[in-house]
Every structure is written in structure tokens, then in C-alpha cells.
Design a protein around this ligand. Structure first.
Ligand SMILES: NC(=O)c1ccc[n+]([C@@H]2O[C@H](COP(=O)([O-])OP(=O)(O)OC[C@H]3O[C@@H](n4cnc5c(N)ncnc54)[C@H](O)[C@@H]3O)[C@@H](O)[C@H]2O)c1
Length: 314
């Protein structure tokens, strides 16, 4: 059977790179990008694109029937920092979009679903270091509550309705092709832009706030690997812990100074500090390693090299 893929929320930080990676793998015409807004030129010009609202079930059903879609990646969501400002909008978007896609799976209109969760599912009572796959989960943010609920529903739809839904708890993602979309780890991208443009950056988290992070290439590779794994290897049907690296803003500043010695970092923590304080410092991803062979490749040093090399003005 031919594979036709729909990416919902394709113009965001992850969706943009995921779309290009899937187009490279399956052919441009087999990967339909969609969003409520247009994306960058590369994305728009390389294959089919539809304006599509993830909360509109009928519109989703129509696009899926038209393109004979069998696999969906649902990347549309409101992220952690923005969700604290618009709690009900975040809840409605994050949950209704997921229910729409899960129900399309239940109706057997699609065969396979990817839905991303987050380290935000953990909360202040979770063990902070090497946070295990199964542990206390009492998220204290709107975003975290929506992701934890989403995980429960994914597992439920797999068990009750045999919906092949797969998920990863992404850490904070670092990338240079697209700017981040309103998360608590956005500082780890902004720092590189500001280091090159101004030689200085004011971080909105405290210098010693360690958080789990990952370079985008690793995140995309993990996503493709999980989706390609044989179904019987996927033992976790809520969402997999995934680890890349873990560092504090001050360690990140040192890493940038290794390449740009005059770079200066200052700190002015805002409301995002409380969100970061409720999250783990590092993640144990041994289930992902054992079940589908996951291994991260990028550490902080390599991430800094990649970011500065690609963002540097010509
Ligand atoms: N980026 C990270 O660090 C990170 C970490 C953990 C989890 N995640 C999760 O990964 C997914 C993608 O994150 P991202 O960083 O690419 O987010 P983003 O904010 O960069 O992109 C989200 C995209 O969804 C689109 N969108 C918003 N409302 C929509 C709607 N109603 N219908 C269709 N599209 C809509 C936006 O226009 C945007 O292009 C989200 O579920 C997010 O929670 C991201």
C-alpha cells in the first residue's frame, strides 16, 4: 500500500523540519503539509500544502479522504508559556485536535498516528534527576495537564480501539531553521541568535536551572525511528521518555563563549522560571533505547557548533 502522510501544524518549529525529512524519505507528493498559516518558502514550494484547522473534524476528514492519507503527525498545539496566558484556548486546541485525530483512527480512516507529548507531563513532585518512564506525574501547568491527559487518551484508544498511536515526550528542542513557538526552553534557541546579532543575551531563566534538551536532528530521527518500528516493539502506548542532553543556562553561556569569547549573558527570570522549576533536570530514556533502539547523537558542544555555523551571517 502507498503511504500518504498528513502533517498538521507543519509550519511550526518541529513540523517544518519533520515535513522536509518525511518528504525526503517518501517523496514530496506523498507528504501533505497543513497549518492555519503558511510556512517558509522551502516548505511551501517543495510539496502539497493545505490550510487546515486541527480542531475542525469535518475539514480533517475531507483532506484525509482527498489525499488518501494513512498516516498523521499532529504537531498543532499551544506551547507551555503561551498556554499559561490562554488556559482555555490551550486546553481546547490541545485536546480537541487530539480527539479528532484519535477518532479518525478509531473510525479506521487512518492507520497510524504520531502525537508529541512533553517533559511538561512531569511536575514538582516528580524525581528531578534521570526521571524514570513511570513515576509521579502531577503537572502544574495547563500545557502539562493537557499533555498528560493526552497520553492517557492515547493509551486508552490503543487498548480499546486498536488505534496505532505513538508518542514521544520531547525535551526542549534546539533548532536553527525555524524559531520556537512559545515554550519555556525557547531561551536555548534565542541565545544563539542574540549572541550573533548583539553579542549579549538576557536569559529569562536563572543561571542554574538545568533542563532536558535535544538538538532538532535527534528529535526528527527519533520520531522517524519510532514511527518505522514494528508495532510489537512499541511497549509504551502513552508516550516514551526521550533524552538528549541536560544543561543550565550558565553552562550554555560557557559553551557559546567557547566560540564567541566576548559573549555576555545576564539573567532576568520571569514567569517561565516557575514552569521550569516544576520540570525534571534530566530524563531516563532506557525504555526507548531497549524497545526501538534509540540513541542521541548531539551533545551541547556539537549543538553550539551547528547552531552558530548555520546562523552566522554570510
Ligand atoms: N518545540 C519544543 O521544544 C517541544 C517540546 C516538547 C513538545 N513539543 C510538542 O511538539 C508539537 C509541535 O511543537 P512546535 O514546537 O513545532 O510548536 P510551534 O508552536 O512551533 O508550531 C505549532 C504549529 O501549529 C499551528 N497551529 C496552531 N493552531 C492550529 C490549529 N488550530 N490547526 C492547525 N495548526 C495549528 C501553528 O500555526 C504552528 O505552526 C506540539 O505538540 C508541542 O507541544 C514541542
Amino acid at each position: 500500500m502507498q503511504k500518504y502522510i498528513l502533517i498538521i501544524g507543519a509550519c511550526g518549529q518541529i513540523g517544518t523540519e519533520l515535513t522536509m525529512a518525511l518528504r525526503e524519505k517518501h517523496g514530496n507528493d506523498h507528504v501533505i503539509a497543513s497549518d492555519i498559516r503558511e510556512g517558509n518558502d522551502n516548505l511551501m514550494e517543495s510539496g502539497p500544502f493545505e490550510i487546515l484547522d486541527a480542531t475542525d473534524y469535518d475539514a480533517l476528514e475531507e483532506v484525509i479522504a482527498y489525499y488518501e492519507i494513512n498516516e498523521v503527525y499532529l504537531m498543532a498545539a499551544m506551547l507551555s508559556a503561551t498556554a499559561e496566558k490562554f488556559p482555555m484556548r490551550a486546553w481546547n486546541l490541545n485536546m480537541n485536535s487530539l480527539f479528532n485525530v484519535l477518532n479518525l483512527g478509531k473510525e479506521k480512516k487512518i492507520d497510524k498516528i504520531f502525537w508529541p507529548s512533553s517533559i511538561a507531563v512531569f511536575g514538582p513532585n516528580t524525581p528531578k534527576d534521570h526521571t524514570p518512564q513511570n513515576t509521579i506525574m502531577e503537572p502544574s501547568t495547563v500545557y502539562g495537564i493537557s499533555k498528560q491527559s493526552g497520553e492517557r487518551w492515547c493509551e486508552y484508544y490503543f487498548n480499546k480501539f486498536d488505534v496505532d498511536v505513538r508518542s514521544i515526550r520531547y525535551p526542549g528542542l534546539i533548532s536553527w531553521k525555524t524559531m520556537p513557538g512559545g515554550g519555556t526552553t525557547d531561551y536555548a534557541v534565542e541565545i544563539y541568535h542574540k549572541a550573533l546579532s548583539d553579542g549579549a543575551y538576557t536569559c529569562f531563566l536563572k543561571e542554574d536551572t538545568a533542563l532536558p534538551m535535544m538538538f532538532m536532528d535527534d528529535a526528527i530521527r527519533a520520531t522517524l525511528q519510532l514511527m518505522e518500528a514494528e508495532g510489537n516493539r512499541i511497549k509504551v502506548r502513552s508516550s516514551y521518555n526521550l533524552s538528549g542532553m541536560s544543561f543550565t543556562p550558565s553552562e550554555m553561556a560557557q559553551s557559546v563563549q567557547g566560540k564567541l569569547p566576548n559573549f555576555k549573558m545576564s539573567y532576568a527570570p520571569d514567569f517561565r522560571q516557575a514552569i521550569a522549576d516544576s520540570w525534571p533536570s534530566s530524563i531516563d530514556d532506557s525504555n526507548a533505547q531497549q524497545d526501538w533502539g534509540w540513541k542521541a547523537e548531539f551533545d551541547l558542544k556539537r549543538t553550539t557548533e551547528e547552531m552558530l555555523a548555520n546562523l552566522k551571517p554570510d
